[in-house]
Ligand binder design. Sequence first.
Ligand code: ACO
Length: 323
Amino acid sequence: MRIYSKILGTGSQLPERIMTNADLEKIVDTDDQWIRDRTGIEQRHVAGDGETTSTLGLAAAKKALEASGLTADDIDLIVVGTTTPDLVFPSTACLIQKGLGCRGIAAMDVNAACSGSIYALGVADKFIQSGQHKRALVIGAETLTRMVDWNDRTTCVLFGDGASAIVLEGSEEPGVLSTHLHADGGYDHLLNATVGVSTGLKNEPNGGLKIRMKGNEVFKTAVTTLGRIVKETLKANNMKKTDIDWLIPHQANLRIISATAKKLSMDMDQVIVTVNKHGNTSAASVGLALDEAIRSGKVARGDVLLLEAFGGGFTWGSALIKY
Ligand code: ACO
């Protein structure tokens, strides 16, 4: 008998500080209308002193455990999607594990940029399907504003910080129906971080670490690629567009989200949108949208959810879930 990963509960955590588009107008040559029209973003949360990827992830994990009626002792696997770990090592997953006090269980980070949420979910799902792990915490946590170039208006208006968490449990009842993970490293020049440990940090503020993106080209590839993965996911499950109740997309840009919804012939009221409030929180975004959808009562048990994401690498992925 197949073992499915069933979602027991979700949680999220956003930094206290909110930065509006008006705040950004004071930093770079931009305006609220441009940001709203081109991206749908109105505000984003920015991590403050003492807030890191692991502290946000830990808080989200605790809320997801509470929503599941479990304690950390019930978990036997932690997978964290992140591109902005607190440290190179220990991994963010290990730091969160320490905070939860469930020492000894497997814990790892997955770096797939903005697709980190789907990648982390895909990895945890495979571990649960194997039968070797019973309950997993899947976390997406980021502090991308720590590597944003605040002089570059083409990128600094886009990103925000936050964390989300999902508790999965092995079950005979359908849950995660399939996950689909892809990457094409040939697009590294369109979206990247400028320095790393092995290539060497620079003698510049923040070690020279900045996000660089050819937004327009990323946009076009994202729209066509997400259209393809939606088709792949439906075909793999022998499903039609109309079988999907909710689209829960990566929140990078409202125009990319709308284009994917159109390809699915879905009305926007079947799409969970949080990009206006959160900006692009990379690996945290799909989980943040899922948590909001569940806690607001929009998504109900038995609904079919299509989660998808696209990000640096390029990486992209999807998950079809019976909630
Ligand atoms: N304020 C005002 N004007 C701006 C701003 C700004 N913040 N940023 C750019 N502009 C200007 C540009 O300079 C350009 O001016 P020009 O015509 O005089 O040259 C004009 O606006 C249009 O710029 P484009 O880059 O063509 O704008 P576009 O419509 O493509 O929107 C955006 C830019 C929002 C970045 C969009 O391309 C996008 O969302 N791309 C995809 C992002 C994404 O999905 N990334 C993947 C995940 S991220 C990750 O993995 C880390």
